[in-house]
Design a protein around this ligand. Structure first.
Ligand code: 5RP
Length: 222
């Protein structure tokens, strides 16, 4: 199976986790695009969606799915999103597409986070994928120096602005053994909006697409 076929497989499997008559949280990226296309088939059975990126919002609208503002949503039973790396403990690196801040906000609001990935995303330790950090433009150089001091090799993502008008610095060379602590440490740098570690609020369920089928890995106690 190709990587796209595996993404499609988990996207379809995620439909079972969408709660009827409720608003669904929708992340961003190529795996989520497959999910949005699948969600269109049940658009009359949901109350609408909140989207983590302008691109996802546009795709949802193209399918005739109403996109709501998060501030107007009181209850979000489930959020479906991809990841760039994920561990068996369901901590993730996200933000390859630069939508990490809105993704983290929606993940915080949602009662349940279902992560959908092809099997290549499952790793024993986070950090091989460069960790994205969203930065206020005037803080770029300062944040870069601080990231270097913390052991990263920072690279400014060229010709890219987030949906929030900010910059992304990708951190190479990190081996992230304690993602919860690392997430807080990076967020404490002045000028950082957020970083792509999702460890303080990990996924609740991982649907992992492999040639043998979809494997489910639930967080302990879920
Ligand atoms: C975007 C993200 C995506 O979830 C992540 O990059 C995975 O994308 P894809 O499904 O294309 O591999 O965090 O900011």
């Amino acid at each position: 199976m190709t990587q796209d076929e595996l993404k499609q497989l988990v996207a379809e499997a995620a439909l079972k986790h969408v709660v009827p008559d409720a608003v669904v949280g929708v992340g961003s990226g190529s795996t989520v695009n497959f999910f949005i296309d699948a969600l269109a088939r049940m658009k009359n059975r949901i109350a609408g969606a909140v989207a983590a990126s302008e691109a996802s919002a546009a795709r949802l609208r193209k399918h005739g799915i109403e996109v709501l503002e998060l501030n107007n949503v009181d209850d979000l039973p489930v959020y479906i999103d991809g990841a760039d790396e994920i561990t068996e403990h369901l901590a993730m690196i996200k933000g390859g597409g630069g939508a990490l801040t809105r993704e983290k906000i929606i993940a915080a609001v949602a009662r349940r986070f279902v992560c959908i990935c092809d099997a290549s995303k499952l790793v024993p330790v986070l950090g091989k994928f460069p960790l994205p950090v969203e930065v206020i433009p005037m803080a770029r150089s300062y944040v870069g120096r601080e990231l270097r001091r913390l052991g990263a090799d920072p690279e400014w993502r060229q010709d890219f602005r987030t949906d929030n008008g900010n910059l992304i610095i990708d951190c190479h060379g990190l081996t992230i053994l304690d993602p919860v602590q690392r997430e807080g440490e990076l967020n404490n740098i002045a000028g950082v909006v957020t970083n792509g570690l999702f460890a303080r609020r990990p996924a609740d369920l991982l649907l992992l697409g492999a040639p043998a089928g979809v494997r489910s890995i639930a967080a302990r106690g879920v």
